[in-house]
Write a protein that binds this ligand. Structure first.
Ligand SMILES: Cc1cc2nc3c(=O)[nH]c(=O)nc-3n(C[C@H](O)[C@H](O)[C@H](O)COP(=O)(O)OP(=O)(O)OC[C@H]3O[C@@H](n4cnc5c(N)ncnc54)[C@H](O)[C@@H]3O)c2cc1C
Ligand code: SF4
Length: 474
């Protein structure tokens, strides 16, 4: 433990964001990192609790008090190695994780947790520009196919390669990353860090095969015959739809269509702008809160939307934690993202009734106010209203995994329509595993990485070559 009185001497502090007027002019990241000296002070606030609840809060079981102490002492190289033991991509979680660790930090009883996420990011930044491959001497002679290169597939593939297995990652897109690449906007996470990790993985022996849709270009059955094990890490990208009158109107789109187009623009891809989605000059209505809705808001504002409104079906959450939702539970309260701060008008307890159009184009939506009564949403009579909009983005989450990947293979699903797996990630089909959102349901990056790592251990057991992996390096 660094400074036993650190939490009494120093206030919580965190990274600041560049001013809104400046950051909405571009798609780059806008968080200003804290200087190392300030971070060391923040790390000294960690009390090194006898029972560190932050470990349990973090799905990866990051050894937070240990690397807080190393940062406090200025031992960044050792902190990098400690963090690498539990997290393959701290540069990613240090940017986009909602930090359940901070919610469960003992200092959060007083709402001033240790700045864990900023410290994690700073540790990751220490080496991201010069990542070295981590190689294990002996090759197992076993081959594994990983389908999907989102955080679950990348983490699983990297762990297995470091154990000595030959890993091939099949990805239907033209670049690796899954939703990290084509969902999360660059202003939250620039993609150079993904490229750095992919280069590291290639140097570690992982083969990437892009633009190969398994279930189409290659059948899963063929992979099962050609590889010793197959891991499906294909995400849960089937969007939830709003089947209402007027849904067919031009200008009503799924959020991912909009976000992917913008990420491709930033990546320098050729876009047919005469057909591509843009919020420029439009009144944009984003239906659905959450990360996807918030990302649509930030993207619309940067594209030059005339105005941006955001609707949420559920009632407005409380501004503070309620007594029935005590620490160390995840606090169910109103969250305001950096995109919300940039100028969206938010409204809660609103149900969309129909899309209204003219000449085949959407012109607005009819809505009604709803309230929760005994767990059910009830419409408030006489509360109908209309919102004018030329671009309506549907961001109501995802219904489940796309099952085209398992075509021809009889894979069991669970009650929620996700791939059914045991603790090791095994499905009912011999040699077939699943990791990430396709087995868990729509979730978080940190869970996808944790699942990828857990399933890698399950695959290793299956291949009878599993040795406990304690990664050294970065
Ligand atoms: C817009 C948006 C913003 C988000 N923001 C955050 C955030 O800020 N913080 C956070 O923690 N979480 C966020 N999430 C959630 C997070 O991105 C996901 O939980 C996470 O990416 C899931 O990882 P995954 O590896 O399981 O799947 P994915 O990231 O979805 O990756 C699946 C990969 O499999 C590929 N694939 C699918 N089918 C096939 C096939 N048949 N053949 C070959 N390849 C295939 C896909 O192309 C994709 O690359 C966000 C989600 C969205 C949509
Ligand atoms: S991965 Fe997320 S939960 Fe874990 S330490 Fe980092 S910010 Fe906290």
């Amino acid at each position: 433990m660094g400074d036993p009185r650190g939490f009494l001497k120093f206030e919580r502090d965190k990274e600041t964001d560049r001013p809104v007027v400046e950051r909405v002019r571009h798609f780059r990241e806008f968080g200003e990192q804290m200087p190392k000296e300030k971070l060391q002070v923040q790390a000294s606030r960690c009390m090194d609790c006898g029972i560190p609840f932050c470990h349990q809060g973090c799905p990866l079981g990051n050894l937070i008090p240990e690397w807080n102490d190393l940062v406090y002492r200025g031992k960044f190289d050792e902190a990098v190695a400690r963090l690498a033991e539990t997290n393959n991509f701290p540069e990613v979680t240090g940017r986009v994780c909602p930090a359940p660790c901070e919610a469960s930090c003992v200092l959060n009883i007083d709402s001033v947790p240790v700045t864990i996420k900023s410290i994690e990011r700073a540790i990751a930044e220490h080496t991201i520009a010069h990542l070295e491959p981590i190689r294990r001497g002996t090759k197992s002679g076993k081959t594994v196919a990983v389908v999907g290169s989102g955080p679950a597939g990348l983490a699983c593939g990297q762990q297995l390669a470091r154990m000595g297995h030959s890993v091939t990652i099949f990805e239907r897109d033209d670049r690796a990353g899954g939703l990290l690449r084509y969902g999360i906007p660059d202003f939250k996470m620039e993609k150079a860090i993904l490229d750095a990790r992919v280069s590291q993985m290639i140097a570690e022996g992982v083969t990437f095969r892009y633009e190969v849709a398994v279930g189409d270009a290659v059948l899963l059955d063929e992979l099962l015959r050609s590889f010793d094990a197959v891991v499906l890490a294909t995400g849960a990208a089937v969007p939830r739809d709003l089947s209402l009158p007027g849904r067919e109107l031009a200008g009503v789109h799924f959020a991912m269509e909009f976000l992917t187009t913008q990420n491709r623009r930033v990546a320098g891809d050729t876009i047919d702008e005469s057909r591509a989605l843009s919020a420029n000059g439009s009144r944009v209505l984003v239906i659905g809160g959450g990360d996807t809705g918030s990302d649509c808001i930030g993207t619309s504002i940067r594209q030059g939307a005339k105005e941006v409104k955001n609707l949420e079906l559920m009632p407005k959450p409380p501004l503070v934690r309620m007594p029935e939702n005590p620490w160390p539970e995840w606090p169910l309260m109103l969250r305001t993202s950096s995109s919300h701060e940039e100028g969206a008008t938010r409204d809660w307890g609103v149900m969309t009734k129909r899309f209204v159009g003219e000449g085949g184009n959407v012109k607005g939506v009819d809505c009604i106010r709803v309230r929760l009564e005994r767990g059910k949403l009830v419409e408030t009579e006489g509360s109908e209203f209309h919102i004018a909009s030329e671009l309506v983005l549907l961001a109501m989450g995802f219904a489940g995994p796309n099952l085209s990947v398992v075509k021809g293979v009889d894979v069991t699903l669970n009650a929620r329509g996700n791939l059914n797996t045991d603790q090791d990630g095994k499905t009912n089909v011999a040699g077939l595993f699943a990791a990430g959102d396709n087995a868990r349901g729509q979730s978080l990056v940190v869970w996808a990485i944790a699942d990828g790592r857990r399933v890698a251990e399950g695959v290793a057991k299956h291949l009878s070559a599993g040795t406990a992996l304690r990664a050294v390096g970065n």
